[in-house]
Design a protein around this ligand. Structure first.
Ligand code: SF4
Length: 330
């Protein structure tokens, strides 16, 4: 680990000012990913600005009937909050599917959005990785890519986004609220927050240096009646998704699908909103035929790599199963 300075921010404005002033500065929240990366030499920092004491922990209703999640609320507190459990149970399920209880007790909501990929080549500093060192190459392209992307990848990077929470946030149409070094705030639609890999594969999201996530908001529609988060992984706990699906349905009085929300994890560099499947579901009666057609519509666009063609079939089955559980038809 390289030497760095440490400062505790007195306010969000102070934190942003300190990080924006120093190109090598980083915010420290729960530290559950950043500290590991610094210790392993995967990332470096010249200055650490500790934001853990800032008053950004509240979880409260918004004026328009939605919910505001403070960026520094812990993942455990968020998943177990009564308003989240009762009105946004999809989010609660997704958070509790991630990591371990100990990690969820430390990890913050803002940090969950900022966590880095778990690509093995990213963590091995002896191997090339465009995300760790742009222009050095991608070890996974010609290497073992069983856990990598099947949608939206490029020759620069084929890694997948690791979060479970973010998959539910994508399905729920969340918004990210960010304090900027210019002294104001800006809001980013969740679907636009994370990006697909470009020649700057080190860039995971559209935050500029010094911008600090203060909150995440959810619209009023929580899909509490018909939802399911399905996570398929190599072992039952403390493993990242091979494929995950956040499914939410709104049914009309006749029982047909008025609105469908589907997002996938483990398949792309960002939470993957399954728009083709959503379109295919609208107006359909819930059931195997409609769910299988929706899964086919989405997975037809998959571009598997040498070792992960299984994810296409797995994704198809995962979509169908998640939809059945959301609809209560299986
Ligand atoms: Fe690095 Fe991305 Fe290639 Fe993994 S897939 S080695 S993170 S560039």
């Amino acid at each position: 680990m390289n030497p760095f300075t440490y400062a505790r921010a007195g306010s969000a404005e102070d934190a942003v000012r300190r990080v924006a002033a120093e190109p090598g500065a980083r915010f420290l929240g729960g530290g559950t990913n950043l500290i590991d990366l610094l210790k392993e030499g995967v990332m470096s920092a010249d200055a650490i600005v500790d934001v853990t004491r800032l008053e950004l922990r509240d979880i409260a209703e918004t004026e328009d009937g939605g919910l505001r999640l403070g960026a520094l609320a812990k993942n455990t507190a968020t998943a177990n909050h009564e308003l989240v459990r009762t009105r946004y149970p999809l989010l609660s399920q997704a958070i509790l599917a991630g990591a371990t209880m100990q990690l969820r007790n430390m990890a913050t909501n803002g940090g969950n959005l900022m966590q880095r990929t778990r690509c093995n080549y990213f963590y091995d500093t002896a191997l090339p990785c465009n995300k760790r060192e742009p222009g050095s190459g991608c070890g996974a392209l010609e290497g073992l890519n069983r856990t990598h992307a099947i949608f939206g990848h490029s020759e620069h990077c084929i890694a997948v986004h690791p979060s479970d929470m973010c998959i539910a946030l994508a399905a729920l149409d969340a918004t990210v609220h960010v304090r900027t070094p210019q002294g104001g705030m800006r809001s980013i639609a969740f679907e636009d927050f994370h990006v697909l890999p470009t020649a700057r594969a080190d860039i995971d999201n559209q935050l500029a240096h010094g911008e600090l996530i203060e909150a995440i908001t959810l619209p009023a529609a929580g899909f509490a009646r018909h939802h399911h988060y399905l996570k398929v992984r190599d072992r039952a706990s403390y493993a990242f998704a091979l494929v995950s699906v956040a499914a939410a349905l709104d049914l009309d009085a006749g029982g047909r699908i008025r609105e469908a929300r589907l997002a996938m994890g483990g398949v792309a560099h960002k939470p993957w909103r399954a728009r083709a499947a959503e379109r295919a579901l609208r107006g359909q009666a819930p059931g195997e035929a409609a769910f299988a057609a929706a899964a086919q519509a989405e997975m037809a666009a998959a571009r598997p790599l040498e070792h992960n063609a299984y994810k296409v079939e797995l994704g198809r089955h995962a979509i169908v199963r998640a939809l059945h559980r959301a609809a209560g038809t299986a």
